[in-house]
Design a protein around this ligand. Structure first.
Ligand code: DAH
Length: 352
């Protein structure tokens, strides 16, 4: 009887010592069987009463030894499990290897140029204003004193948006804005002078796409309306801009021009120089490059937008961004700006 119990314990001890585990599940099964709350070693102490007194100490020791073996085995199995997981991971990750470089984006030349222009005007008190790209006829044309028969309204230049408006509805035709001047009208109709804004943004014209022109491009508009604003104020501000943008020695000239929304109107050129063959080509042999259009805001525009033209005067200007980006970065084809070819884009200043 006693011998049978001794044998059972011995068999368990042997079983424990010989145990192996391949998986975490097997380690857990081992734990439940030998160390869990209903483990197979528990009932053994109860067998003590069937053991003759003289053998009790020996039996007790054997049971203890078995329990300890179970604990030791369990610890060993767990350790080897962790070690092999570590070895696996080690095979996959060499923690001493240099990191994989993350490809870093770069800023678009249009964005870089636009930011530069904005920063120059922000430093002298202009704030950024915005308007929608899908615009109504009123803000894009009528408010800006552009007559119904003006060629700019022609279907050939303007992309109209068919949106189910009632046929013949006046001034409600929707279009893709052809210039950022629409933001002038939007700003003036809900604020009173002094107004000093710049409006950067995308514009659209139905143009044949070539190396020099595109159907989508960007402009920055400027507007200053207050009491006693003069043409001289405008000229000084634009000269300051040209020098910040193209260097302290930059010269400008203003040529008389025509825009429906300004009177008088002018176009501003910067002196580019005639040093290289390239200079000859881009300035058409004159050395001057046209940068922007400008003028004194036509009183009719102020009136259209709810501002008293007897009391206030203002100047406005508008410039294309692509042209300037091309000058700054020596880009010879405007189409590159809209193709998102990373070989082109990654040549510009990185995002960081
Ligand atoms: N809107 C004109 C264009 O797209 C540019 C322009 C000229 C804007 C004169 C102005 C301005 O504000 O005063 O060609």
């Amino acid at each position: 009887m006693a011998q049978e119990v001794f044998d059972r314990v011995a068999a368990l001890l042997e079983e424990i010592e010989g145990a192996t585990a391949e998986t975490a599940e097997q380690v857990e099964a081992f734990r439940i069987r030998y160390l869990g709350s209903k483990n197979v070693l528990k009932p053994l102490m109860g067998e003590m009463r069937n053991i003759p007194n003289e053998q009790k100490p020996e039996f007790g020791q054997l049971v203890n030894k078995t329990k300890q073996a179970a604990q030791a085995k369990f610890d060993a199995l767990q350790e080897s499990m962790a070690a092999s997981a570590g070895a696996d991971a080690g095979a996959r990750f060499d923690l001493t290897a240099p990191g994989e470089p993350l490809p870093l984006g770069s800023r678009h030349p249009i964005a870089l140029t636009m930011r530069r222009i904005i920063a120059i005007f922000e430093r002298i008190g202009f704030t950024v204003a915005e308007g929608p790209e899908v615009e109504d006829d009123w803000h894009n044309f009528s408010a800006m004193n552009t007559p119904e028969d003006h060629p700019a309204r022609d279907m050939q230049d303007t992309y109209y948006v068919a949106d189910g408006l009632p046929a013949g509805a006046n001034n409600t035709a929707m279009l893709l804005r052809t210039h950022t001047s629409s933001v002038q009208a939007r700003t003036m109709e809900h604020s009173q002078p002094p107004i000093r804004i710049i409006a950067p943004g995308r514009v659209y014209r139905n143009e044949t796409i070539s190396a020099r022109s595109h159907a989508q491009f960007h402009q920055v508009e400027g507007l200053y309306v207050a009491e006693k604003v003069s043409f001289a104020d405008m000229k000084a501000t634009l000269l300051h801009f040209a020098r910040e943008m193209y260097g302290d020695k930059t010269k400008i000239r203003l040529r008389p021009s025509y825009f429906p929304f300004t009177e008088p109107s002018a176009e501003m050129d910067i002196w580019w120089g005639l040093e290289t063959e390239h200079d000859y080509r881009i300035t058409k042999g004159t050395g001057w490059l046209e940068i922007l259009g400008c003028g004194m805001v036509d009183p009719k525009v102020l009136e259209n937008c709810g501002i008293d033209p007897e009391r206030y005067t203002g100047y406005a200007f508008g410039m294309g961004i692509e042209r300037q980006a091309m000058l700054l970065y020596n880009i010879t084809d405007i189409r590159l700006m809209f193709e998102n070819d990373v070989r082109f884009l990654k040549q510009f200043k990185s995002v960081l």
